[in-house]
Design a protein around this ligand. Structure first.
Ligand code: FAD
Length: 473
């Protein structure tokens, strides 16, 4: 027997996107059902952002012991207790979990259903023994690790983000397949926590980032002992008694290595399977649910947000898209997505952050832009911290309008924030140059790079002549 629930909005998936819609909509007066088949909080809380950043934080502490002698303190090779590191990771998840819990959402008035959802018709979803009829649906089912059909992979145990954070034992040699943000963050974390780490990437690292800045991260990873191979071909695995053997060719040369553990981080696949989207008239492709600029699917009463919709797969994007669909559903406003100021950060150390137009984008489009650069070596705080490997690049129109910014360096993910605001508010570079930045902070790089827009003009012969003239009075 199916119980039937009638609500204004039914959200499928209680991850970053779905939770934001459910919390927002119910607090604004809509009746909301939220369906989740797995853990509340989705990927970000349980197997993504949160555990990965917690592991990176532990790794950074370990690295500090190795580098202490730069400050006159004896360096030591840290002893890492993997079980305790793992406990730390899960403590962090547990500390955040109440925000995403069934209890919190039920207290807000959301009807939470713990089951897998599938559409039975254009207005009805079935989840366990409940049928939900709703005026609007929001598909926020996220994505899963994509595992390519590498020869031998099917006979081996391997990690993806789904089981990596359950590991509580020391790893001898981690071979990471995939040099994207997830692969590289986890490569550095495991290296710093004492593992030997090799990264194998079929294309090149940091495909979407500025190559000048990415090179600084790669150099750091290599200097810490991470072995990185790009342009890897003919990848193949063989099972060993313990772990596996990995074979590949690079520039026509055969290589092989023994791995105690494998991490497959080769991209994400949208979670559309099992939703029976055909019954609801929702069009989709392997890349996910197809949506328009208002995030409506081909069934105008069904929206899709987050990783299942793309085109960016970040928690902050899922939350941003949640705001767009709330405006569309609750207030009937034709709100559309604006992707002109979408930031992203790779949380390696140093971090690599970007927002807006890149130098490569501008060049490809033949735009007449200015490219401003400032090195962290010129920053006094970076000197004090002995963290001078860093660079900021800012792209502006000739008239100074800010188009994009990329930063590599300590806390680049924090330093990028004013540029996001500047681009979204269409500010000119003078706004950043004129800001009073507290001294000594890393954030002074933002002001100084902006100031460099004026250097040529300010220190020109024309200015000198004008000043000499004015000094006569
Ligand atoms: C290792 C890793 C690190 C990451 N780090 C970052 C980071 O630092 N910063 C960042 O911005 N992003 C990061 N991400 C990406 C981020 O986790 C995702 O972009 C974000 O979780 C997407 O949110 P979502 O709501 O679309 O999907 P999710 O958070 O994955 O939620 C989807 C939910 O839907 C549920 N579901 C699926 N199908 C059904 C169904 N049929 N019925 C009911 N429920 C269903 C799932 O169980 C899941 O709980 C990382 C990802 C990984 C894997």
């Amino acid at each position: 027997m199916h119980e039937t629930v009638n609500v204004d909005i039914c959200v499928i998936g209680a991850g970053s996107g779905g939770l934001s819609v459910a919390a927002g909509a119910v607090q604004m007066g809509a009746s909301v059902a939220l369906i989740e088949k797995g853990e509340m909080g989705g990927d970000c809380l349980n197997t993504g952002c949160v555990p990965s950043k917690a592991l990176l934080a532990a790794a950074e502490k370990a690295q500090g012991f190795r580098e202490a002698d730069r400050f006159g303190i004896e360096s030591v090779e840290p002893t890492v207790d993997w079980a305790v590191v793992n406990r730390h990771v899960h403590d962090v998840i547990a500390a955040i979990a109440p925000n995403d819990s069934v209890e919190r959402f039920e207290a807000l008035g959301v009807q939470v259903i713990r089951a897998a959802a599938l559409f039975v018709d254009e207005q009805t979803v079935e989840a366990g023994d409940v049928k939900v009829r709703a005026k609007y649906f929001v598909i926020a089912t996220g994505s899963s690790a994509f595992v390519p059909p590498i020869d031998g992979v099917e006979q081996l145990p391997y990690f993806t983000n789904e089981n990596l954070f359950s590991n509580n034992e020391a790893i001898e040699h981690l071979v990471v397949i995939g040099g994207g943000p997830i692969g590289l963050e986890m490569a550095q974390a495991h290296r710093r926590l004492g593992a030997k780490v090799t990264v194998l990437e079929v294309a090149r690292l940091f495909m979407k980032d500025d190559p000048d800045l990415a090179a600084i991260v790669v150099e750091r990873l290599r200097s810490e002992g991470v072995t990185i191979h790009e342009g890897v071909e003919n990848l193949r695995f063989d099972k060993r008694e313990q772990g596996s053997s990995v074979f590949a060719t690079i520039d026509g040369k055969a290589i092989s290595m023994d791995a105690s553990h494998l991490l497959i981080a080769t991209g994400r696949r949208a979670n559309v399977d099992g939703l029976n989207l055909e019954a609801a008239g929702v069009q989709y492709s392997p890349r996910g649910v197809e949506v328009d600029a208002r995030l409506r699917s081909s069934n105008r009463r069904i929206f899709a947000i987050g990783d299942v919709a793309g085109p960016y797969q970040f928690t902050h994007m899922a939350a941003y898209q949640a705001g767009i669909v709330i405006r569309n559903m609750l207030f009937k406003l034709p709100a559309k997505v604006d992707y002109s100021a979408v930031p992203w950060v790779t949380y390696t150390d140093p971090e690599l952050a970007h927002v807006g137009v890149s130098q490569a984008d501008a060049e490809a489009a033949g735009r007449d832009v200015r490219v401003l650069k400032w090195s962290f070596e010129e920053n006094d705080r970076a000197q004090a911290e002995k963290r001078t490997e860093g660079l900021i690049k800012v792209i502006t129109e000739k008239n100074g309008r800010i188009l994009g910014a990329s930063i590599v360096g300590l806390h680049a993910g924090e330093l990028i924030q004013p540029w996001i605001l500047a681009i979204s508010q269409k500010l000119k570079i003078g706004a950043m140059a004129g800001m009073i930045a507290p001294y000594p902070t890393l954030a002074e790089v933002n002001k100084r790079v902006a100031g460099s827009f004026y250097t040529e003009k300010l220190f020109s012969e024309g200015t000198k002549k004008l000043v000499r003239l004015l000094m006569r009075f």
